[in-house]
Design a protein around this ligand. Structure first.
Ligand SMILES: Cc1cc2nc3c(=O)[nH]c(=O)nc-3n(C[C@H](O)[C@H](O)[C@H](O)COP(=O)(O)OP(=O)(O)OC[C@H]3O[C@@H](n4cnc5c(N)ncnc54)[C@H](O)[C@@H]3O)c2cc1C
Length: 395
């Protein structure tokens, strides 16, 4: 089977690795080099955790992904996942964290309920006045995101995948036409749309039995109402907490109800802290703006949760894009009119870790195996509870 994959973020690169190592004939197209900061999978780190409230599918998917990331590490000899552990700060006895605890226990995934006083042992300083308990996932941690995507692509190529640099445009049926940095007009100039799963790249047509579009924030522009995504600008802030805040040692954390998350200082990047409230809209092709707008909110949070960091110097701020589906479920489905075209995306701020596990599902479906979950379908969806954080903001 020949499969053309457009998009080498965590979803497309994982699929390329999965299919190429299974012996399939893979062509992987991207407009950028793997790990580019303009893609949602760019950046240094992403949390990997199994807690997803009561949701069994994402809980199991994250656990499966952990095993697959380990397989990638074994192939490359690189440490891509660092199990620094992760603390969920629960303000309620019966909220997201309690649901996560039950779902993880049912699947045999290690997690411990700590009373707030025990929770203080995990961090150099921790404000616990509002906490009912802390749920600790010892095998959660951080993926070195940019390096992980680069490793996926490198290993896909090592297993025989062909890489193509260029911008693709859907043109009729399952046709894909690319021209470096181009658009639909370039595509027409290059020969126009043609039937079949074909790809025109710098004078060469490539054939595919399937074309998978894993184009992150660009999917909405490519497929319109079939993929209704909101693309937003999100900030990541890194603070200088000094040696006491280094990870491993200090775990990652998520405050689901307050829409905040972060990690200790991994790889001397600084203590990462981010407000997870949806940011302002940002066009997929717009330059990433300078970060800093969320600093007052993040500092207010740090003063409350990690008092020792209240005045920590800001080392760096970065912006990147979320591509949010209305219910924060992923998108992975066959095109309704073009049976060889598939669409994969909608990471919704929690997709990175799942890359290899989602790829495994998509690979089965492409080969005619188990269909993809209905909730990953195309088209409009009703709003739903977020699998990221409550998104309500700290104030
Ligand atoms: C600030 C932030 C924090 C996050 N934190 C976490 C976290 O802690 N844990 C977690 O699991 N997830 C997290 N996420 C979410 C996760 O990073 C995303 O869900 C995931 O990276 C999406 O990957 P993707 O492959 O769908 O998209 P992308 O990484 O954007 O990849 C899409 C690729 O398609 C290419 N492309 C698009 N259009 C075309 C075209 N026409 N032709 C050729 N190439 C094209 C792009 O160049 C790009 O490389 C976070 C995201 C952000 C922004």
């Amino acid at each position: 089977m020949q499969i053309v994959i457009v998009g080498a973020g965590t979803f497309g690169a994982s699929l390329a690795w999965s299919l190429a190592r299974a012996g399939e004939d893979v062509v992987l197209v991207d407009q950028f080099e793997p790990g580019d900061a303009r893609a949602t999978s760019g950046g240094e780190s992403r949390l990997i955790r199994c807690g997803h409230g009561a949701d069994e599918l994402y809980t199991a998917s994250a656990r499966r992904a952990r095993a697959l990331w380990r397989e990638l590490e074994a192939e490359t000899g690189e440490q891509l996942m660092v199990e620094i552990g992760m603390a969920w700060f629960a303000q309620r006895e019966d909220g997201w964290e309690a649901e996560s605890e039950r779902a993880m226990a049912a699947q045999g995934i290690p997690c411990e309920r700590l009373d707030p006083a025990e929770g203080t042992k995990l961090f150099p300083s921790l404000g616990t006045a509002d906490l009912a308990f802390v749920l600790y996932e010892p095998e959660a941690g951080v993926l070195r995101a940019r390096r992980a995507v680069q490793a996926l692509v490198r290993q896909a190529v090592a297993h025989g995948a062909k890489r193509v640099r260029g911008r693709a445009v859907p043109g009729g049926d399952t046709t894909v036409i690319t021209a470096s940095g181009g658009n639909a007009n370039d595509a027409a100039a290059a020969g126009g749309a043609a039937p079949g799963a074909r790809l025109f790249v710098r004078g060469e047509w490539l054939e595919g039995d399937a074309v998978v579009w894993a184009c992150g924030p660009w999917l909405g522009r490519l497929f319109g109402d079939l993929v209704p995504l909101t693309v937003t600008c999100q900030e990541l802030l890194f603070f200088d907490g000094g040696p006491a805040w280094r990870s491993p040692g200090v775990p990652g954390w998520v405050d689901y109800d307050l829409a905040m998350y972060g990690t200790g200082d991994l790889d001397e990047l600084g203590v990462k802290a981010a407000l997870d409230k949806e940011g302002p809209p940002l066009d997929p092709d717009a330059d990433l703006p300078a970060a800093g707008a969320t600093e007052p909110d993040v500092r207010a949070y740090l003063a409350r949760r990690f008092p020792a960091l209240a005045d920590a110097p800001l080392k760096e701020g970065r912006c990147c894009r979320y591509e949010l589906s209305a219910d924060s479920n992923f998108i992975a489905a066959r095109h309704p009119e073009h049976e060889r075209t598939w669409i994969v995306g909608g990471g919704s701020g929690h997709g990175f870790k799942h890359g290899p596990a989602l790829a495994e599902r998509v690979a089965h479906a492409l080969r005619g195996g188990e269909p993809l979950p209905e909730r990953f379908g195309l088209g409009q969806r009703a709003a739903g509870r977020s699998f990221r954080t409550a998104g309500s903001g700290v104030r």
